[in-house]
Design a protein around this ligand. Structure first.
Ligand code: GLC
Length: 722
């Protein structure tokens, strides 16, 4: 800490504010007016970090400017979005979440950190932890789905992977939990739009993943663009200072989102950039990403006493402390120049992650592909779409590294005659290719229909009001179905797509999402049965956009849907149920659960409860099943959701084998946020529901009783472990 105190004592005001300035370089553009030449500002000590610059030579050159040509030689912080891989691209987070595998989540983050660190990166703007129940929102692709419990486990795994045990190590990079908070609840599914939801929803759904990230020692937090109940997150003193810093004890760096400080004027809470700078600094924003408002207007804010010197100094102290914890003062080039080649990411990891992210949604016995097949037609615009397989936010990835679905299937089926036609473009009105494609498909024994979105139809600023198949893909599908040949439909997308008609017509429907470099091989591994699909949906799959938001953890309506009673909660024109519920996913086997039991009937907040269930593999092949445990607090002062996920477990079973799965829960996990949002366990009955997904009609249930009221202390006082 004395290095920091001596630096603070020596720094001029301009040098201090320079450390709060995060400048966008131009290697990638991830926001408006992105990027520019920063050398002069670096030499002048007006830059604390750079984003969107990577590569050993470029980062080394920029670091030399800071270390050797500035008065105090403070190293730069190189930052980049590494959402699902750096040079090796893994499945998009929404797909990877479906693996329900924290070890895998950690391994891909570790691999990405090694590659990114080798390119000079010391901080990533990941993991994205925005719970989302709105597939219109393009950024649902970047997050862990609809459930806060899954998102919290995802946060912990990714932070472990990125930051490692020693944050100053060569291959460790600082993680940034983003976008704090509730970005997944934007109005209309529109990026940057306002969020208006209850404080209860914040505490039950949108804050828990960030609470877990802070407890896991996340080095940085990025506030969301949106306002919450009228207060922009970039100026939200209540959530940034009183909750995040004071109550949760977060002492890491808060970095604004891209240009977000300047956009406080657009929000209508600042009349000029000086006020915007003051609002952001007082709320606790340490680094200003890309807007330049701190650099240009904080001196005037200080002069007008809108901020104090201590506000500036404490922000600078946190930035310098992060750099110290990353080892940048010891060796500014640690992550950049090295004799050894960058850590090679095991290519098997990319393929394994991709296989485990593929969700088999329907299968009328046509998959795995029969070995006797000799003529297959592969039709559709996503069949040979190398670049699209990377999905959004694959900044340092090389689209040419990707394996297409066509290539993967050709490699896996060398004895098959495989014909291919795109038929239509992913988007656009041209239908002229449909007839030739159907003509080509007519001679096949089986058709694999490769449909979906382009990579840029999800991710940031990519909301879709009609999240079905774009362009003329439906017409292509109709033409293919008219042939009468069995059809396996694959969906490459960054979101659930509203395609109930496709699920109805295809003999099998597979969510292949965007799987990254190994997409084609992984898809072929699953379609041929070399890999028995294991992924389960981390988000409900709506039938139509009109059902959105749709999610399993809903509270009961006063009159639940009942076809026999007109006065109930229903649509006149559609079911209230999703096409596929949270947790849905098939394998090539069939597992049945029975004999749900617990080691006790009554419990208190400190008691350990063991719940067991038997799982029987009634199928013909070995399988890995994911089993979910939900609770329902039947009566409470605040109405509780009908299902709340509290645990999941995996079990591997040979054909015919029965296994017992044990869940260990603490009484405290039955708490909920009371009227003051403090965790409380109320006495009363709880149903424990166990099943293969969140379909409430298919769950095993036992009832337990909490015998005493108690508050569980989970106030977290942590320091960023980096
Ligand atoms: C973007 C995104 C954010 C990203 C940042 C830097 O606008 O909102 O998630 O980390 O800018 O690229």
């Amino acid at each position: 800490m004395d290095v920091i105190n001596s630096l603070l004592a020596a720094m001029t005001l301009e040098e201090k504010i320079g450390q709060l300035n995060l400048v966008a370089a131009g290697q990638a553009v991830t926001g408006p007016a992105g990027g520019g030449e920063a050398s002069a500002d670096i030499r002048a000590g007006r830059v604390g970090g750079l984003l969107n610059l990577w590569g050993r030579d470029t980062t080394a050159a920029a670091q030399r400017l800071a270390v050797e040509e500035t008065r105090l030689g403070i190293p730069l912080l190189f930052c980049l979005d590494v959402l699902h891989g750096h040079r090796t691209i893994f499945p998009i987070p929404l797909a990877e979440a479906g693996a329900f595998d924290p070890l895998l989540w950690e391994r891909t983050a570790r691999a990405a950190a090694m590659e990114a660190a080798s390119d000079g990166i010391a901080l990533t703007f990941a993991p994205m932890l925005d719970v989302s129940r709105d597939p219109r929102w393009g950024r649902i692709a970047e997050g862990p789905g609809e459930d806060p419990f899954v998102a919290a486990r995802f946060a912990e795994a990714k932070i472990r992977g990125f930051q490692g045990e020693n944050s100053a190590a060569r291959y460790s990079i600082a993680a940034t939990a983003k976008h704090f908070c509730a970005a997944g609840a934007v109005t209309g599914g529109l990026d940057y739009a306002a969020v208006d939801l209850s404080e209860r929803a914040l505490h039950e759904v949108y804050l828990p993943p960030f609470h877990a990230a802070v407890a896991a020692g996340c080095a940085a937090i990025m506030p969301a663009y949106n306002s919450v109940a009228g207060i922009p997150m970039t100026a939200h003193i209540g959530l940034l200072r009183r909750l995040l810093r004071d109550k949760w004890g977060f002492d890491g760096v808060i970095v604004s989102d891209y240009n977000a400080i300047a956009e406080l004027l657009q929000h209508g809470v600042a009349s000029d950039p000086v006020e915007a700078a003051a609002l952001a600094l007082r709320a606790g924003i340490d680094m200003d990403m890309a807007s330049g408002v701190y650099g240009r207007y904080l001196p005037e804010a200080l002069a007008r006493q809108l901020v104090g010197q201590e506000d500036i100094d404490s922000a600078v102290r946190r930035v310098l402390t992060l750099k110290q914890r990353l080892g940048l003062f010891e060796d500014p080039y640690r992550r950049i120049e090295t004799a050894e080649s960058p850590a090679a990411v095991p290519i098997e990891l990319a393929r394994d992650a991709a296989r485990r992210a593929i969700t088999l949604l329907t299968n009328r016995g046509i998959l795995p592909l029969p070995a006797h097949l000799r003529r297959i037609a592969i039709i559709g615009p996503l069949a040979d779409a190398r670049a699209e397989m990377m999905g959004p936010w694959a900044l340092a990835g090389n689209p040419n590294d990707g394996v297409t679905i066509l290539e993967g299937l050709k490699a896996a089926l060398p004895n098959c005659e495989i014909t291919f036609a795109a038929g239509v473009a992913i988007d656009g009105e041209d239908k002229s290719g449909i007839e030739p494609a159907c003509g080509l498909a007519a001679g096949a024994e089986l058709i694999i229909l490769c449909l979906g979105e382009s990579a840029d139809m999800s991710g940031e600023a990519a909301s879709r009001a009609m999240p079905g198949l774009p362009g003329r893909q439906r017409e292509l599908a109709e033409g293919v179905f008219a042939i009468g040949t069995p059809v396996v439909a694959l969906l490459s997308s960054g979101r659930p797509l509203t395609v109930p008609w496709l699920a109805e017509r295809a003999q099998a429907l597979v969510a292949t999402w965007f799987l990254g470099d190994a997409a084609g091989h992984a898809i072929a591994d699953v379609l041929t049965g070399r890999f028995n699909p294991t992924a389960r949906l981390p988000v409900a799959w709506p039938r139509e956009a009109g059902q959105i938001p749709i999610f399993y953890a809903a509270r009961s309506p006063s009159r639940p849907a009942n076809a026999a009673d007109p006065y109930t909660s229903k649509y006149l024109d559609l079911s209230t149920e999703p096409l596929f519920p949270f947790g849905h996913g098939l394998s090539y086997s069939l597992v049945r659960l029975e004999n749900l039991r617990a080691n006790r009937k009554e419990f208190g907040v400190h008691d350990k409860i063991e719940v067991e269930v038997d799982a029987i593999n009634e199928g013909q092949c070995s399988t890995e099943e994911t089993i979910f445990l939900f609770i329902h607090d039947l009566v409470a002062r605040v109405a509780r959701p009908l299902l709340e996920l509290k645990a999941w477990a995996k079990v591997e079973l040979a054909p015919g084998q029965t296994g017992t799965v044990t869940f260990a829960l603490m009484g405290g996990s039955f708490c909920y946020p009371d009227e003051t949002f403090a965790p409380v366990l109320e006495p009363g009955s709880f149903d424990i529901h166990v099943g293969l997904n969140a379909d409430r009609n298919a769950l095993l249930t036992i009832r337990l009783h909490a015998v005493s009221e108690a508050a569980a202390s989970y106030a977290v006082s942590v320091t960023a472990k980096i």
